[in-house]
Design a binder for this molecule. Structure first.
Ligand code: DGY
Length: 330
């Protein structure tokens, strides 16, 4: 691959880690979002009309209408992130615009955060932190802050892709029993290595597990996969964890059930309406809420940038970008 600066005009919609932006400045005719504001539709459209490549991230909704109005020169959407549910892939395909993501590099970080939420909710870390932060701790007591033991609990993983499998590996090390529901069953060797049991029926798995971890991508087929009906299949002592996409869970139903004590707890990093978490989830003692930080490590975010650069450079050299997505979806 040549080191020459390409004449490709590349527009990046959010601030990226400094080493990534520096490399992009060296390689491309790049426009950066210096103050990191969230771009509105008009700004996005202006970039899409005047760039060869745009680098959006999950806060940019690139729908069919924007794609139809995109300029002739737009040929690649090199998404900074793995999830592409904010991009109309068939719409991009119709316009002959390629779409890539950054799969692989945020698997381990997201799985770490999933495990952190499982532990935080089950062992009531938020309640302990609140007491320490308020200065009201009165000392050790045999019956204070009692959570549940992680080892021996049944974990049901919904979506056994890269991240689901990375969660399974961690949970095994904590002594959890691994169950999973996935469109396709893993091969026998992989199932054996993870000591994982496959459930063809999601309903049946939900009725039997202590913790559910959502690790499936958001697509039209997975919208509200954890519907009110399915949430009611969970045992009252169950805990729901989501580090994938909020749309997979009916958030209002989950909130109602948490408030009514029909589900024991939840650890959420993502919400059905982007950054607007249901306000009735706040301040619940059995809920840990995070601001979509599953992949937020310095190392991961730099690797994501490196993947974006590799995808753009491959495209510029007439090769298929390594993380090319099919217009039909992921
Ligand atoms: C992604 O890249 O889709 C992640 O959700 C970001 O953490």
């Amino acid at each position: 691959m040549s080191g020459d600066k390409s004449s490709l005009r590349v527009a990046v919609t959010r601030r990226l880690p400094e080493p990534v932006e520096s490399k992009m400045r060296e390689l491309f005719d790049v426009r950066l979002n210096e103050d990191d504001h969230r771009m509105d539709r008009d700004e996005l459209l202006a970039l899409m009309q005047d760039s060869d490549v745009i680098v959006p991230s999950l806060s940019d909704r690139i729908d069919g209408e924007l794609l139809e109005k995109a300029g002739e020169r737009l040929k690649l959407i090199a998404n900074y992130g793995v999830g592409v549910d904010h991009i109309d892939l068939p719409g991009a395909g119709k316009r002959g615009i390629l779409v890539t993501n950054t799969s692989g590099v945020l698997t381990e970080d997201t799985a770490d955060m999933t495990m952190a939420l499982i532990i935080a909710v089950t062992r009531k870390l938020n309640q302990g932190m609140a007491v320490m932060q308020s200065g009201e701790w009165e000392g050790w007591s045999p019956t204070a802050f009692l959570g549940g033991r992680i080892g021996g609990r049944k974990l049901g993983i919904l979506g056994m892709g890269r991240i689901g499998r990375a969660v399974a590996r961690r949970a095994r090390a904590f002594g959890m029993e691994i169950h999973y529901h996935n469109r396709n069953r893993l091969d026998a060797e992989c199932e054996k290595a993870l000591q994982a049991s496959w459930w063809d029926s999601l309903d049946q798995m939900l009725a039997r597990v202590d913790v559910v971890s959502v690790n499936v991508a958001h697509t039209p087929a997975t919208f509200h996969l954890l519907s009110a009906r399915r949430l009611h299949l969970l045992q009252p002592g169950a805990v729901v964890i989501n580090t994938s996409r909020g749309e997979v869970i009916d958030e209002n139903a989950l909130t109602r059930m948490l408030r009514a004590g029909e589900i024991a707890g939840a650890g959420l990093d993502v919400y059905e309406h982007g950054h607007e978490a249901n306000p009735r989830l706040r301040n619940l003692p059995n809920v840990v809420l995070l601001p979509h930080m599953g992949s937020a490590t310095v190392e991961g975010r730099i690797e994501m940038g490196e993947k974006v650069i590799l995808n753009i450079r491959s495209f510029a050299e007439g090769q298929l970008p390594p993380d090319l997505l099919s217009p039909g979806g992921i």
